[in-house]
Design a protein around this ligand. Sequence first.
Ligand code: ADP
Length: 265
Amino acid sequence: MAATGRADLAEAPERLGSAPLVVRASRLVKVYGEGRSSVRALRGVDLEVRQAEFRAIMGPSGSGKSTLLHLLGGLDTPTGGTVRIGDVDLAALGDRERTLLRRRHMGFVFQFFNLLPTLTAEENVAFPLMLAGWDPGRYRRRVDELLDLVGLADRRRHLPQELSGGEQQRVAVARALVARPEIVLADEPTGNLDSASGEDILAIMRRSVEELRQTIVMVTHDPFAASAADRVLFMRDGLIVRERAGLSTGEILDEIKQLQPRRSA
Ligand code: ADP
């Protein structure tokens, strides 16, 4: 298939039906730097994600995956094009409004966890709810639920440094899900984990999609992780080149083999 910025939306799984669009990126361009040393990280990406959809983004290193995720989360601003979260155009918001939108509607799971080192596991999980001004009685129950969900109830009073990599990642997932954000953006959530911990994380993410109708956009290099998604979008050289639904791990591996980077500069 020829490279195109347009994702094929004809293959939506039945479960999603006509669920509302919660993320819409249109003609997204991102250029880093200026002049001869500038890098066109995104070259016109269109993307639509529905409520309760689990979407994976794959592609060679440098193809623009993290850049796209950062723009969708309002963590960086595009050079061109728009990102809409629900009906809100991120470009119409000031910094503070964007921060509030993130806090209220999004959860982030990044590879290096970003846990606060002086807070215990349960305090880290509670942190988004404290920021959102929940009263302690109400948030304690929710934190308990999430610690149970990720299987860390008995580690709740441990500091991050006293937890394994897999446990820290589970704390990060619990923290991302605790406020029941409509949208969860995950960058390599199973990176650096052993396969059992990775499978746990993916099972938790699938439950959050199916039971809580959360929407997940996940960047991953791991074909097994991507096979947990409803649809996988493949990027190359700053463009979406393909989008497929219901792929097995083997089929994803075959797709990746066809995606060797072509950019020479
Ligand atoms: P991926 O996540 O697919 O590995 P990235 O989105 O991180 O790709 O990067 C896409 C391109 O943009 C790469 O060529 C990368 O070197 C470049 N890039 C990413 N971030 C920056 C930055 N902050 N400054 C300059 N170039 C960047």
